[in-house]
Design a protein around this ligand. Structure first.
Ligand code: FES
Length: 111
């Protein structure tokens, strides 16, 4: 495990999401309205559109392009259910957010 500091808690408000690059890997940090920060791959597994351009409703992220939906807590597809996004371990220490991208590759799904 190799956690790297990504940002401070002030950089990402609750109910908001923001893309970051961590050692050459694009990730999306999602700070849920009810609390809790989750890190997933930054691009949609369908056609690699930026998920940061999508919308967040609770823990469900909807891609802006073809409206695929993902549960950012589990990383599983809500619709379609076979799709999935890569999740990265997150830890918060004080005001700092750390993510471990090691050995985790983004996922892809064609249909
Ligand atoms: S690119 Fe995200 S749903 Fe198609």
């Amino acid at each position: 495990m190799a956690f790297e500091r990504v940002c401070s808690l002030d950089d990402i408000w609750q109910g908001d999401m923001e893309s970051f690059e961590v050692s050459g890997t694009d990730i999306l940090l999602v700070h849920l309205e009810e609390g809790g920060i989750h890190a997933i791959q930054a691009q949609c597994p369908h056609q690699e559109v930026e998920l940061a351009d999508g919308s967040l409703d609770g823990a469900v992220l909807t891609c802006s392009m073809h409206l695929w939906q993902f549960d950012v807590v589990s990383g599983k597809g809500v619709n379609p259910s076979h799709a999935e996004v890569a999740k990265y371990p997150v830890k918060v220490e004080g005001d700092d957010v750390f993510v471990d991208i090691e050995s985790i590759e983004p996922k892809f799904a064609s249909a």
